[in-house]
Design a protein around this ligand. Sequence first.
Ligand SMILES: O=C(O)c1ccccc1N[C@@H]1O[C@H](COP(=O)(O)O)[C@@H](O)[C@H]1O
Length: 234
Amino acid sequence: MSSVPVRTRVKICGLSREQDVDAAVEAGADAIGLVLYPKSPRYVSAARAAELARRLPPFVTPVLLFVNETLDSVRAACEQVPGATLQFHGDETPAFCRQAAGARPWMRAARIPLDAAQPFDLLKFASDFSEAQALLLDAHVEGYGGAGRTFPWSRLPTSASCHAVLSGGLTPANVADGIVQVRPRFRTLAVDVSSGVEASKGVKDAAKIHQFVAAVRAADEHLARSSHVRLPAA
Ligand SMILES: O=C(O)c1ccccc1N[C@@H]1O[C@H](COP(=O)(O)O)[C@@H](O)[C@H]1O
């Protein structure tokens, strides 16, 4: 679907420490994810999310991640973190996402079964969640996410008109391959990582974050070189 080489946007998720936020920003991340799901080892309260988000420079977006949260809790968290994008990573309905987000941009996780025998129709899912800014593509795992599991990228449709965020088990070693395989299928593609840049659950590794972003840039350069699209002369 995408035809012109673009810079792949990067989200580093599950941050709970100041130094991890700073490392993500220094590495060139476009967004940071703050997990407001109490069962996650990366959980932060809305007040802590607000504190961490205040460290961000302009043009780096805080993303608030919810799993089957109540409308009131989502709205209360949003009031504390202005300018946030919302990530719904549970079983939320389109109507819930719309109501909870109001005017804020939101993404919904499409949790793709690891078992090829289990059907999953991403185009139908995209149509159901057509008001989402993007679909976040993740593996269907117990505990909803952050498990470091990849799903078979071959299960994705060859062409979809939505913006997508590839996630699920991405690492500095496999992210470039993921971008090369998945980006051509969507309008745009961003990537999202949590486990793959950690020293331990909830504790990020600055070197891994830098390696991850470097691998993304290498994939962008590879795609730009191999693209048949002529860029306008300067
Ligand atoms: O990070 C978590 O703990 C988490 C908990 C519940 C739902 C989603 C969660 N994280 C998101 O999961 C995907 C994949 O993460 P990973 O890179 O495989 O660890 C990613 O979008 C995180 O934002």
